[in-house]
Design a protein around this ligand. Structure first.
Ligand SMILES: [Fe+2]
Ligand SMILES: [Fe+2]
Length: 360
């Protein structure tokens, strides 16, 4: 067994590297910064990154097993794609791109809900020890670091505000707070005047989709949320590639491609999220879950079942609803345009067949 540090305090997992200069984008003070060599430094990476590497190595040595992976090839490219987006921008239709960037920022902010997970006595749910694992650090540092990266912390903006800053740099402050709200309601991202679901409603919904009734419901909810988040994190790399390419076009957009630079920094911050999630899920896969009755079920069965269910949802219902929303934004932007049909024909010609199903 190598001599690895496998136990870290919450403060250690939240610690930042020293930076020579903070990251400020469009007047917004963001997390992260720049080292002496000018390279971007992600937030809260000082110990979180080596800790995750150590847990991975330890797991490989103890279980002789690989860390599971969700390859990006499983997910389709961004829609609208780069060519379709530029086609709209050239035609003077920025609306769908502005709403896409607003949606991405808002959804990134939702990632902070991971800190609401509350599983009591984590060890009780596993037959084998979880000492020195990522599992043991989820609720004492890893979820909190993830939440802060996505939604910001104290005076430092996180990904939510960084996407908005990218949008505002490229499109020169295109929307007010009210317009943002209207846009999010139109896209079905937030309910109109409604409240978010109460903890009781969340629990009732979780009970309805529960697959392992003998396991602690909070634990199954946590695993389900982690798998869902991992899929969002990985598939988002398509969105990053799209955003970097579109936003670096200095002929079509303002801000000297600073928005694209900002997206590159956000992308760098995502890697620690993917890494800790796949590490903890692997540790669970190779252990044995213990139910409330004392009966056991293999981790491979629990993780495999929840993984397959979430993947089907991600590639099926979620993708379809996303395509509808995105196409709805294009339709909305063109609704009273005198050359609507022409522009739409050009738009479709640049896309792929799979998207036609949702086109009107
Ligand atoms: Fe993020
Ligand atoms: Fe993330």
């Amino acid at each position: 067994m190598s001599n690895l540090q496998l136990t870290w305090s919450e403060a250690e997992l939240l610690a930042n590297d020293d930076v020579a200069e903070p990251l400020v984008a469009g007047g917004v003070r963001c997390h992260g910064g720049f080292g002496d060599d000018g390279r971007y430094v992600s937030p809260r990476a000082k110990n979180r990154v080596p800790a995750t590497e150590a847990w991975q190595q330890s797991h490989r040595e103890l279980f002789d097993a690989d860390i599971l992976d969700a390859p990006i090839e499983l997910w389709p490219e961004a829609f609208p794609n780069v060519a379709q987006t530029k086609h709209l921008l050239r035609e003077g239709i920025p609306g769908p791109t502005i709403s896409a960037l607003t949606r991405i920022g808002t959804v990134e902010g939702f990632g902070s809900m991971i800190r609401a997970v509350n599983v009591e006595q984590m060890q009780r749910n596993f037959a084998e020890s979880i000492d020195g694992t990522a599992i043991a650090h989820l609720q004492s540092g890893l979820f909190e670091a993830h939440a802060r990266d996505e939604a910001g912390w104290e005076e430092e903006a996180g990904h939510r505000q960084m996407w908005f800053a990218a949008r505002d740099l490229a499109f020169e402050n295109p929307v007010t707070e009210d317009m943002t709200q209207t846009m999010l309601v139109r896209m079905g991202i937030v309910p109109a005047g409604g409240k978010p679901p109460s903890p009781e409603e969340v629990r009732r919904n979780a009970e309805a989709v529960r697959r392992f009734p003998d396991l602690d419901l909070s634990l199954e909810m946590m695993v389900r949320r982690m798998v869902g988040l991992l899929f969002i994190e990985v598939s988002a790399f398509h969105t990053f590639a799209w955003a970097e390419e579109v936003l670096s076009d200095t002929e079509l957009l303002a801000g000297d491609a600073r928005a694209a630079e900002l997206v590159r920094f956000i992308r760098a911050d995502e890697t620690p999220h993917v890494e800790y999630l796949r590490t903890a899920l692997t540790e669970m896969r190779d252990r044995t879950f213990v139910g409330e009755s004392g009966a056991t079920v293999s981790g491979a069965q629990v993780i495999g079942t929840l993984w397959d269910t979430a993947l089907e949802q991600s590639l099926g219902a979620n993708r379809e609803s996303f395509l509808r929303t995105a196409m709805g934004e294009v339709e909305h932007a063109l609704a009273s345009h005198p050359r609507r049909d022409d522009i739409l024909d050009g738009f479709r010609a640049l896309g792929s067949e799979g998207e036609w199903a949702v086109s009107p």
